[in-house]
Design a protein around this ligand. Structure first.
Ligand code: ZN
Ligand code: FE
Length: 256
């Protein structure tokens, strides 16, 4: 059984450690900083055997080269030449077999936040970087609203009980916004309360699940009448396509 543990980095990043406790091996997702990873490995007496990268941003790749020099490992990531140190460049639909931790993942291209963004799905878990957040989604730095919408729709097709491991602790702020968009969504109100409670105790709010995102995340609910109406009120104009609704909610959140 694969164990997953968060390694905190910077102010709100999570570097996910995928641990095989029997073999004492570990893979990490998006090591933006090498030092917290090295500290974690020493503490837990683990060997690092693989690195997975979701996209090119520094807070996800900054520790890659140092870790690659220190350990005998392979780095898997997007087919983007601007990222130094990728050993295996991945495209949509490919499989990643990590024998060292006894885990298998499928690669999903999920452009929107960046154009090179990929997600890893396997072992009942999704590692989605800055694409899908708990209660929100990544900003559109490179992609279009339509691209991000397509990416989130792809993720919504995954089994409902899939555990969602995103790369930042943004949940409370995201749900604060979500409540403004959809104040009468009871599932959202309940989730907000439990997340607020966790953050008061300085506890992590992840992983989420696909089901929880479909019921509470406005960016996963752009096909719902309540979201359409809220988006139209925000822009004071009727909106006909789901892409336009998505764009309106994203714009609203950017200025929230
Ligand atoms: Zn990013
Ligand atoms: Fe990030």
């Amino acid at each position: 059984m694969l164990a997953v543990a968060p390694i905190k980095a910077f102010t709100d990043n999570y570097i996910w450690a995928l641990i095989n406790n029997r073999a004492k091996t570990c893979a990490v997702v998006d090591p933006g900083d090498a030092y917290p990873v090295i500290e974690f490995l020493e503490q837990e007496q683990l060997t690092l055997s693989a690195i997975l990268i979701t996209h090119h941003h520094r807070d996800h790749t900054g520790g890659l080269l140092k870790l690659r020099n220190l350990f005998n490992l392979k780095v898997y990531g997007p087919a983007n030449h601007s990222i130094k140190g990728i050993d295996v460049a991945l495209v949509d639909g490919e499989s990643v077999n990590l024998d060292s931790i006894d885990a298998k993942f499928k690669v999903m291209e999920v452009p929107g936040h960046t154009l090179d963004h990929i997600a890893f799905f396997g072992e009942g878990s999704l590692f989605c970087g800055d694409t899908l957040f708990a209660g929100g989604c990544g900003r559109l730095f490179e992609g279009t609203p339509q691209q991000m919408l397509n990416s989130l729709q792809k993720l919504a097709q995954l089994p409902e009980n899939t555990k969602v491991y995103c790369a930042h602790e943004y949940t409370l702020a995201n749900l604060t916004f979500a409540k403004t968009v959809e104040p009468d969504n009871q599932a959202l109100i309940d989730r907000y309360e439990s997340v607020e409670d966790l953050r008061h105790k300085d506890q992590i709010t992840l992983p989420s699940t696909i089901q929880l995102e479909i019921t509470t995340n406005p960016f996963m609910r752009t096909n719902k009448p309540t979201i359409k109406q809220a988006a139209e009120t925000f822009l004071s104009t009727p909106l006909s396509t789901e892409s336009d609704i998505f764009a309106a909610i994203r714009k609203w959140k950017d200025n929230f």
